[in-house]
Design a protein around this ligand. Structure first.
Ligand code: F6P
Length: 343
């Protein structure tokens, strides 16, 4: 079989480990591999390069994606699905492994369901917002990077009696804020799933001050909408707002500065969270996802996405994975809040 591989959407630590595992495992089945460059754009432009075992050496530690990525949505133009089918045939492909998040896998689902394209999905995103899998690879690396930053910010905030507002990524899911805030001992964590107010954050910080704590760390997820502010931002190909441009961290720091007896300063972690070497956990699940994806191709398990369930790698229908965003459930939020807001 001739198997295409593509990486779409925001890059994420562990993408290269998946590519390596697909090529190495697929090789055992006699598969030949073609890397499509820059996500769905590579398919539409018939832009691919052959990937042999020698091309996937030394990839476990390498961040980003050797195939490049983009947020191209083939369904944005009329007849985009049919064009993908033609490109698939022109490239002589028998199957395609699509590594991506909600958007990339949403395209994969439609290509399978509406055009019968033989696609297998692999769940990627630092946001961890895909249903059907316990975790996406890349998420815990982003959490570790954010936690390391928060650890460092504690000491400088304390030295200057400042409040530091740390804005993390995650889009409409608060997973990165929740886990890094918990691990980093934040004094307040704001996530999009739990509407809150500047008043509530002020009250939390004033309560700390009353106990002699004159500094604070507030972690805010980029998708938080403050006090009924309208969500805004430019839209990408998939219709998502570019939340970094909204700048909730900066706005919150400004509003806090007006209300508390300390200076509040924003720190936006941005793309640092997506760059560099994956931690061991992400290398392991990325590799195991890639291995399973290659077997799924060999078994003809198309229209499915590999997934992690309680430590075991399995697979689910692509349609189940992309039907609803996996956001932070109320009970997990409450449990974290009990510790963060504790006396
Ligand atoms: O989906 C991953 C992610 O990093 C989000 O957390 C963030 O909102 C978005 O991508 C940023 O995308 P870009 O790099 O295209 O600005």
């Amino acid at each position: 079989m001739r198997v295409g591989i593509l990486t779409g959407g925001g890059d994420c630590p562990g993408l290269n480990a998946v590519i390596r595992a697909v090529v190495r495992t697929g090789g055992r089945h006699g598969h030949e591999h073609v890397g499509l460059l820059h996500g769905w754009r590579g398919l539409l432009e018939r832009d691919g390069r052959s990937l042999g075992r020698a091309d996937v050496g030394a990839l476990l530690t390498r961040g980003g994606t050797i195939l490049g990525s983009s947020r191209t949505n083939p369904f944005k133009s009329e007849g985009g699905g049919e064009e993908c089918v033609r490109a698939f045939a022109d490239l002589g492909l028998d199957a395609l492994v699509a590594i991506g998040g909600e958007d990339t896998l949403g395209v994969a689902r439609r290509l399978y369901a509406e055009h019968g394209l033989k696609v297998v999905g692999v769940p990627k995103t630092i946001d961890n917002d895909l249903s059907g899998t316990d975790f996406t690879f890349g998420f815990w690396t982003a959490v570790q990077i954010a936690t390391d930053a928060i650890d460092r910010l504690h000491t400088t905030a304390e030295s200057h009696d400042r409040v530091i507002v740390v804005e993390v990524m995650g889009r409409h899911a608060g997973w990165i804020a929740l886990e890094s805030g918990l691990a980093g001992g934040a004094h307040a964590i704001l996530i999009p799933e739990q509407p809150t107010s500047v008043d509530a954050v002020v009250a939390r910080l004033e309560d700390r001050r009353a106990r002699g704590r004159t500094y604070g760390i507030v972690v805010v997820s980029e998708g938080v909408v403050l006090d009924g502010d309208a969500a805004a931002g430019e839209l990408d190909d998939f219709g998502h707002a570019q939340l970094a441009k909204v700048g909730v961290g900066e706005v919150l720091a400004e509003r806090l500065s007006e209300r508390i007896r300390a200076e509040a300063r924003p720190v936006v972690l941005g793309h640092v969270q997506r760059g560099g070497t994956p931690i061991a956990f992400d290398r392991v699940i990325a590799t195991r996802f890639g291995e399973r994806a290659a077997h799924l191709v060999a078994e003809g398990g198309f229209g499915r996405m590999v997934a992690l369930h309680g430590g075991r790698i399995g697979d689910v229908e692509l349609s189940d994975a992309v039907s609803a965003l996996k956001t932070v459930p109320e009970d997990i939020w409450r449990a974290v809040e009990e510790v963060v807001a504790g006396p």
